[in-house]
Design a binder for this molecule. Structure first.
Ligand code: SF4
Length: 364
C-alpha cells in the first residue's frame, strides 16, 4: 500500500486474472469497509483499492489472506502474470505463481517485471519480460516481447520461465544494473538466452500488438463486460457476481470475462456489454482528486465527453491528468492530456477537446 492524495492505495495482484466469486466478493467488501467502495481494474489485470484509511493496511491484508489473495508477503510485488483471458491456462499460471514464490531470490525481481502466458495471440503484444506463446503442441519462449526461437514442451514451461527470470537477475547483477525490465539491460534478451543455453529455431513468431477484447458475447456462454473508465462500484460488482458462475476473470483491458452464463443474461448497472458502446476503448488515469499531480478531474471530463455521445470509433482514447500518462494502454491510442489550461490531444493544445478527439480518431 502507498499513499495517494485521496488516502492509501493498495494493489491486489491476481495472477492470470482469475478470481473465485468469494474472492471477488471479499475484495469489494474490503473496499466498502476500508476504502472508497470502488474497485479500479488495472492494465495488468489486477485490482486497486483507493481511499484506504489510516491503519487499514493490516485489516486489508488479513481479509486478503483469508481468501488466498495474499499467499506471499515477500513476493507480493513480483506476482505479475498476465494470461489470455479467454484461454484455459489458469492451472499453468497457478503453478508458475507458486514456483515464483518458492524461490527466495526471485523476491528481488522488479515490480514492473511481467510474465505473459498467451494461448490466443492476444497478450504477447503487451511486451512481457518473459513470455510463453502457444505454437502447436509447444510454447514459444519470448523475451522482452520477442520470440527467441526457443520451443518449450508443455512439461518444461514452468522451469523455463523461472530459469529465465533467474538469469535476468544474474545478468542484471553482472551488468551492475538496476534495470526494471529485460529490454533495459544491455542486450538483455540475447544475454539471458545465452545463459539459458537453449537451442533456437530459425522460424520466429511475429508477435501481434495486443488488441482489447471486444465487449459482448465472445462465445454463446462467455460474456466480456467492460468497466466504465476501469472502475466498478459495489452495485456493479454485485451485478457481475449475480451473472457470473464460479469465477470472474479480469482482463488487461479493464474488463471482466464471465463464463458459463446463460445466453439470455442481461447485465445492467451501466456495465459495458455492447461492442459498439462509446465507453468501449476509453480509459483514464486516476486524476483529481486521487492523484496529487493531477491537473484536472479527468474521469469526470471523460465521462462528460462520453455522455455527449461522440461519434462511434474503434480508435482507443486515454485521458491523463498530467504528462506522465499513467495507465496508458500500449499501441495506437489518442492521448488526451490535462495541461492545467485545458487538454492537449496528441500533443496539440485543443480549444475544443471533443472536436480534436474526433479528428485524431479519424486520422489515426
Ligand atoms: S497521469 Fe499524472 S495525474 Fe494521472 S495518475 Fe499519473 S501522475 Fe497522476
Amino acid at each position: 500500500m502507498h499513499n495517494a492524495a485521496d488516502g492509501g492505495l493498495a494493489r491486489i495482484r491476481v495472477p492470470g486474472g482469475t478470481m473465485t466469486a468469494p474472492q471477488f466478493h471479499a475484495v469489494f467488501a474490503a473496499s466498502a469497509a476500508l476504502g472508497d467502495g470502488q474497485l479500479e481494474l488495472t492494465s495488468r489485470a489486477n485490482i486497486q483499492i483507493r481511499g484506504l484509511r489510516l491503519g487499514a493496511e493490516a485489516k486489508l491484508a488479513e481479509r486478503l489472506r483469508e481468501v488466498g489473495l495474499l499467499p506471499s508477503v515477500t513476493h507480493e510485488l513480483v506476482r505479475n502474470i498476465i494470461a489470455s483471458p479467454l484461454g484455459a491456462e489458469q492451472p499453468l499460471v497457478n503453478e508458475l505463481d507458486r514456483e515464483l514464490c518458492s524461490w527466495p531470490e526471485l523476491a528481488e525481481l522488479p515490480g514492473r517485471f511481467l510474465i505473459t502466458v498467451d494461448s490466443q495471440g492476444d497478450v504477447s503484444g503487451l511486451g512481457g519480460d518473459v513470455g510463453l506463446a502457444k505454437v502447436g503442441p509447444d510454447w514459444a519462449l519470448l523475451l522482452a516481447g520477442e520470440d527467441t526461437g526457443v520451443r518449450v514442451p508443455e512439461n518444461q514451461t514452468v522451469t523455463t520461465v523461472i530459469a529465465a527470470a533467474q538469469e535476468f537477475l544474474v545478468e542484471r547483477r553482472r551488468q551492475g544494473s538496476v534495470a526494471w525490465r529485460m529490454n533495459e539491460l544491455t542486450e538483455g534478451p540475447q544475454r539471458v538466452l545465452q545463459r539459458l543455453g537453449l537451442p533456437a529455431t530459425r522460424r520466429r513468431l511475429m508477435v501481434r500488438p495486443a488488441v482489447p477484447l471486444p465487449t459482448g458475447f465472445a462465445t454463446p456462454r462467455t460474456l466480456v463486460v467492460g468497466a466504465p473508465l476501469g472502475r466498478l462500484d459495489a452495485a456493479q460488482c454485485r451485478e457481475l457476481l449475480r451473472a457470473a458462475g464460479s469465477t470472474v476473470r479480469l482482463t488487461p483491458w479493464r474488463s471482466v470475462v464471465l463464463r458459463g452464463i446463460e445466453p439470455s443474461t442481461v447485465v445492467g448497472r451501466d456495465l459495458i456489454t455492447d461492442p459498439n458502446s462509446p465507453w468501449h476503448g476509453v480509459t483514464s488515469c486516476a486524476g483529481m482528486p486521487g492523484c496529487v499531480k493531477a491537473l484536472a478531474d479527468v474521469r469526470a471530463d471523460a465521462a462528460a465527453w462520453l455522455r455527449s455521445r461522440p461519434e462511434p470509433s474503434a480508435q482507443r482514447v486515454h485521458w491523463s491528468g498530467c504528462s506522465r500518462r499513467c495507465g496508458r494502454p500500449q499501441g495506437s491510442v489518442v492521448d488526451v492530456v490535462a495541461t492545467g489550461e485545458g487538454y492537449q490531444v496528441n500533443e496539440k493544445l485543443a480549444n475544443d477537446t471533443a472536436a480534436a478527439i474526433a479528428v485524431a480518431r479519424r486520422d489515426m
